[in-house]
Design a protein around this ligand. Structure first.
Ligand SMILES: Cc1cc2nc3c(=O)[nH]c(=O)nc-3n(C[C@H](O)[C@H](O)[C@H](O)COP(=O)(O)OP(=O)(O)OC[C@H]3O[C@@H](n4cnc5c(N)ncnc54)[C@H](O)[C@@H]3O)c2cc1C
Length: 469
C-alpha cells in the first residue's frame, strides 16, 4: 500500500487526504493548529459567518423600501437595529470549531491518521518521497515514512514592523473574532479582497469605517466596472475611502488607534484591521534541502500537477501562491494525489476558476477578464447588463449590480463573466459551467431561466452576444 504523508490539514491537505485514501493509499496528516486549517479556523469560514450577519443587517436597512417597519413590544417604531458582536463572534467561533471537528471526523472515519504537531521533511525526503518528522506538542518526535509527501502548509497574515498587531485594537484578520463590542470606528488598511470584505461587513454591522487604499480604487485586482459599483455603493452608505493613501505606520494610545500615511496625513479610529496580504508558511520545512524550489517571496514552485522540483514531493494551496483560494487549494491537493497514485488527472486550469468577493454587493468572476482583452491577450466580445433593468431585481429593490458575459469573437464560446449583486457567488455558476464546458452564447441564451429571476439577465446578456452574419 503506498504511503502518503501530508503536512498541513487545511483544504489543500484534507481534500488530498480523502482522495489519496479513496485511491488506496495509507494516509497520515500532520497538522499544527487543527484540521480545516486557516480556511476553517481563522479565514474563510469565520469571515463568511460574520458576513452572514452583515448581510441580514444590509437587508434590514432596505426593508422600509419594501414596506416593512419595525416596532418594539409597545408598538412604538424601533429607531435602530443593533448587533451584539459578542454573540456574533461566539457563533462565528463555535461554527468554525464544529466545522473543524466535522472534517476531522470525516478523515478518521476513513482511517486517515492525524498527527497533531509540526511537520518537516526528513533526511531522505526528495528521493522518491522519504520521511517526514513530526514534532508533537510534548516535544517528542515521530518519523513517518512516505512514498510521497504533500506540503499544504498555507500562509499567514503579513505584518510590518511599523504596524504591529496587539490583538486588541490593532488586529490581523485572525484576531477580529475576539472583539466583544462593535468597534466605533474601524480603519481597514488594504483594499484587496480581504480588506474590502471586512470594510463592507463592519459598515453593515453599524461601525463607522475608513478604508485606506494605496491604489486609486478598491479591489485593484478585480474587474474595473465591478470595483466602481462597489466603491460607489460603499461611499453612498457612508464609508470613507482614502485612495492613493499608503500606510506608513499604525500606533495605539489607549482607546485611539492612529494610522499615519506615507504623505504625513493621519487617520484616527477606535480599531484597525491590517489586510496587507499573506506570506507562505514554508520556513523550516526542509524544502530547499530536499531540492524543492521556492520563489523570491518564499512560495513553493509547482507544475500543473502540483509537483515540486523535489521528486516525490508535491505542494498545494496557499503555500504555492497564485490564486489563494480554498477551492483552488483543494483542487491542487486532489490533483497531486491523483497524479501520484496513477489516477486520471485533469491539471488545474486557471481560466476555469470562479471566485467571489463577499462584499455587499458581492462580486463574482470567472475566466478571462476584460482587462486581458484590453491588453490584446485574446479577441472577444463583451456585453454588460445592469441589474436595474431586471424585473426580479426591481421587485427585490436591487438597484446596483450587473451581469457581464465575455465570449470569444468568431466562435461565440463563453470564456468569462462577472456578476455583481446579492448572492453573485451563486449566480456565477451558469457562466462557470459554460466556460468549463465550452458552451456558446447561443447555448447559454437558449437555456430556460425562471421568470422572474436574476439569472434571466445572464441569458439576456448571452442573447445580445448572438452573432448575426
Ligand atoms: C480573511 C480571509 C477570507 C477568505 N475567504 C475565502 C473564501 O471565502 N473562499 C475561498 O475560497 N478562500 C478564502 N480565503 C482563502 C483561503 O482561506 C485559503 O486559500 C485556504 O485557507 C488555503 O488552504 P491551504 O490548505 O493551502 O492552507 P490553510 O487553510 O492555511 O491550512 C494550512 C494548515 O497547515 C498547518 N501548518 C502550517 N505549517 C505546518 C507545519 N509545519 N506542520 C504542520 N502543520 C502546519 C496550519 O496550521 C494549517 O492548519 C480567505 C482568506 C482570508 C485571509
Amino acid at each position: 500500500m503506498p504511503k502518503v504523508v501530508i503536512i498541513g490539514g487545511g483544504p489543500g491537505g484534507y481534500e488530498a487526504a480523502l482522495v489519496a485514501q479513496q485511491l488506496g493509499a495509507e494516509v497520515t496528516v500532520v497538522d499544527r493548529d487543527g484540521i480545516g486549517g486557516s480556511a476553517v479556523l481563522t479565514d474563510c469560514v469565520p469571515s463568511k459567518t460574520l458576513i452572514a450577519t452583515a448581510e441580514v443587517m444590509t437587508d434590514m436597512a432596505q426593508a422600509a423600501e419594501l414596506g416593512i417597519s419595525f416596532a418594539d413590544s409597545e408598538g412604538d417604531a424601533a429607531t435602530q437595529l443593533s448587533v451584539d458582536l459578542a454573540k456574533v463572534n461566539a457563533r462565528v467561533k463555535s461554527l468554525a470549531t464544529a466545522q473543524s471537528a466535522d472534517i476531522e471526523g470525516r478523515l478518521t472515519r476513513r482511517d486517515i491518521r492525524i498527527v497533531k504537531g509540526l511537520g518537516r521533511l526528513g533526511k531522505r525526503a526528495g528521493v522518491g518521497g522519504g520521511e517526514v518528522i513530526a514534532t508533537k506538542p510534548d516535544g517528542s518526535e515521530e518519523v513517518l515514512h512516505a512514498d510521497s509527501v504533500l506540503i499544504a502548509t498555507g500562509a499567514r497574515p503579513r505584518v510590518l514592523a511599523s504596524a504591529q498587531p496587539d490583538g486588541e485594537r490593532i488586529l490581523t484578520w485572525e484576531q477580529v473574532y475576539d472583539l466583544d463590542e462593535r468597534p466605533e470606528h474601524m480603519i481597514v488598511v488594504g483594499s484587496g479582497v480581504t480588506g474590502a470584505e471586512f470594510a463592507s461587513a463592519y459598515l453593515a454591522l453599524g461601525s463607522q469605517v475608513t478604508l485606506v487604499s494605496s491604489r486609486d480604487r478598491v479591489l485593484p485586482g478585480e474587474d474595473a466596472d465591478a470595483a466602481e459599483v462597489l466603491q460607489d455603493v460603499l461611499e453612498r452608505r457612508g464609508m470613507n475611502i482614502l485612495g492613493n493613501s499608503r500606510m506608513a505606520s499604525v500606533t495605539r494610545d489607549g482607546g485611539v488607534v492612529t494610522v499615519t500615511l506615507a504623505d504625513g496625513r493621519t487617520v484616527t479610529g477606535s480599531h484597525c484591521i491590517l489586510a496587507l496580504g499573506s506570506i507562505p508558511n514554508t520556513e523550516g520545512l526542509g524544502l530547499e534541502e530536499a531540492g524543492a524550489q521556492l520563489d523570491e517571496s518564499g512560495f513553493i514552485k509547482i507544475d500543473k500537477v502540483s509537483r515540486t522540483s523535489a521528486p516525490g514531493v508535491y505542494a498545494a494551496g496557499d503555500c504555492t501562491g497564485g490564486f489563494m483560494l480554498a477551492s483552488v487549494a483543494a483542487m491542487a491537493g486532489r490533483v497531486a494525489m491523483r497524479h501520484f497514485l496513477g489516477d486520471a488527472v485533469q491539471p488545474v486550469d486557471l481560466k476555469e476558476i470562479s471566485s467571489n468577493v463577499f462584499t455587499s454587493p458581492e462580486i463574482a468572476t470567472v475566466g478571462w477578464s476584460e482587462a486581458a482583452l484590453a491588453e490584446g491577450e485574446i479577441e472577444a466580445d463583451v456585453v454588460k447588463l445592469d441589474l436595474s433593468g431586471n424585473a426580479r431585481a426591481k421587485m427585490q429593490g436591487i438597484t446596483d449590480g450587473f451581469v457581464k458575459v465575455i465570449a470569444r469573437r468568431g466562435s461565440g464560446v463563453v470564456i468569462g463573466g462577472v456578476v455583481v449583486g446579492p448572492r453573485a457567488s451563486e449566480l456565477i455558476h451558469p457562466i462557470s459551467l459554460a466556460v468549463k464546458a465550452n458552451l456558446t452564447v447561443d447555448q447559454l441564451a437558449n437555456t430556460f431561466t425562471v421568470y422572474p429571476s436574476l439569472s434571466g439577465s445572464t441569458a439576456e446578456a448571452a442573447r445580445r452576444l448572438h452573432r448575426v452574419d
